[in-house]
Design a protein around this ligand. Structure first.
Ligand SMILES: [Zn+2]
Length: 482
């Protein structure tokens, strides 16, 4: 006879990782929040979400992370980025004009790129994105070597989507905007059609960390033939079609002239405002373009800094907040080095909320929770992965950010969501899990060495700038250097 009664509790299930005592912001359809919540992870997947006591009673794990009351949320989804341009961050200075940079400086930079540089640049971008709470990015189709991007992202452990490089075939439009003339990617329909869909081969592996999608450069650089072919390829593969659109007056005017109507009206007519279409920027939206956007169901990657840094005017011509209020899927993007300079999606959310309030004169037009939705669940939908990421729900992949309340900006512990959007920002990002794997722990990457990445970035940048014959000339020249 046993000395004590036998306990008849259900046996615990095995998990690989338990995150407990988090202020759990699930971003599920009910927007449930648990003040003392837990997530159980097995392999790549989330297998339980709920109150800590409940999840701990059901699961035993090889490893347990105690969030100590700090926020735990789904990873941010970066919806517009050029990860291979990071080597030129800050190098164009503040005085070069928009017209000049595209036609000369950045054109020369992209022409000088090589695979090794694209690999180093992507690693730097991944380090930065993860450190700021991003767990997935969609590349804008501007890497010569999607393989270099994919290899770098996979070695870091970052989720990503890549596409065929520089698909454009209408650069010679009279009065056309200043898209690059690239030696390795001439504007040519045949070239685009032969490349189109090559990167979709990655999706044959349903568990691929880096997947393929379809991207064209957009923004007045595609014929209808290319737009339609790209949309058909995206439809057939069940992926998104990603392109720039309506960034600046120059490209919208190019489109308006070509089509004899506002750009988005034309895209609507040819079936390009569909649910699997993602447009970066949308800084210039005219009255007659709002209805088709709302009805069509496409997504917009709002890049506030990408407009503000160049004085483009997207914050008052873009109407992103108005579209969001009308149900358009607005997500967020950081664009590129020299366009926002930071791959910090939380910062984009912060700027989005503030600029919407400033331009509308309405404090309630967007709130901190809206910024979080744009950065997570809306981003997941925008990149076509809402079935697997964007929220903390059973059955989704474990892409999770664990914060730590160890900076002054986190205190006092009043509204944890306002704290991560308005005050602490990325400073509290502590541990990042992607596809069930810890890729950043205590702010330190687990699979690459930051110093090695920085060294590779420096040597690649020097090589590319030598090839360009370029040296950055600071406005205030150091007196101790000639
Ligand atoms: Zn862009």
């Amino acid at each position: 006879m046993p000395a004590h009664p036998i306990r008849t509790a259900t046996p615990q299930q095995a998990a690989d990782l338990l995150i407990i005592h988090g202020y759990l912001v699930t971003m599920d359809p009910q927007r449930r929040v648990f003040a003392d919540g837990a997530v159980a992870v097995r392999g790549r997947d989330i297998v339980a979400v709920g109150p800590s006591a409940e999840v701990q009673a059901r699961f035993s794990a090889a490893r347990t992370l105690d969030a100590g009351g700090a926020v735990v949320h789904p990873g941010f989804v970066e919806c517009h980025t050029h990860v291979t341009y990071h080597l030129a961050r800050g190098a164009w200075g503040d005085t070069v004009s928009y017209a000049e940079v595209g036609a000369t400086t950045e054109l020369a930079f992209v022409n000088a790129m090589d695979d090794e540089a694209e690999h180093a640049s992507t690693l730097l971008a991944c380090l930065e994105m993860a450190g700021n709470g991003t767990t997935c990015f969609i590349e804008a189709g501007t890497a010569y070597s999607p393989d270099a991007v994919a290899t770098a992202a996979e070695s870091f452990g970052m989720r990503g989507l890549v596409a065929d490089p520089f698909l454009w075939d209408a650069l010679e439009t009279p009065g056309g905007h200043n898209a690059y003339r690239l030696d390795r990617a001439p504007a040519n329909t045949d070239r685009c059609l032969s490349l189109l869909g090559t990167e979709l081969r990655r999706n044959r592996d349903p568990e691929a960390l880096v997947r393929g999608h379809v991207a064209i450069a957009g923004m007045g650089t595609a014929t209808d033939e290319l737009e339609r072919a790209a949309k058909a390829a995206a439809d057939a593969a069940g992926v998104v079609l990603n392109q720039h659109q309506s960034y600046y007056r120059v490209d919208t005017e190019t489109d308006d002239r070509r089509h004899g109507k506002h750009a988005l009206l034309h895209l609507d007519e040819i079936g390009l405002l569909d649910r699997n279409c993602l447009f970066a920027h949308a800084n210039v939206i005219r009255d007659d373009e709002v209805g088709p956007l709302v009805r069509g169901g496409s997504s917009i990657a709002w890049c506030p800094a990408g407009s503000m840094l160049w004085g483009v005017g997207g914050t008052f011509r873009g109407r992103h907040a108005e579209l969001y209020r009308q149900g358009v899927n607005i997500a967020l993007g950081s664009d590129s080095a020299n366009w926002s300079n930071r791959f910090d999606l939380g910062l984009q959310g912060y700027l989005a909320v503030l600029t919407a309030r400033e331009t509308s004169g309405t404090r309630t037009i967007l709130a901190a929770e809206d910024a979080l939705a744009m950065a997570t669940i809306n981003g997941a939908r925008a990149v076509g992965l809402s079935d697997r990421i964007g929220s903390l729900e059973v059955g989704k992949r474990a892409d999770i950010v664990v914060r730590a309340n160890d900076v002054p900006e986190a205190f006092p512990l009043t509204d944890p969501i306002a704290q991560i959007v308005y005050s602490a920002g990325a400073k509290t990002v502590h541990t990042v899990i992607i596809d069930g794997r810890v890729v950043l722990e205590g702010r330190v990457p687990t699979r690459v060495e930051a110093r090695t990445v920085f060294d590779a970035v420096q040597s690649s940048t020097a090589r590319i700038f030598d090839r360009m014959g370029y040296r950055f000339a600071p406005k205030w020249k150091p007196v101790d250097r000639v």
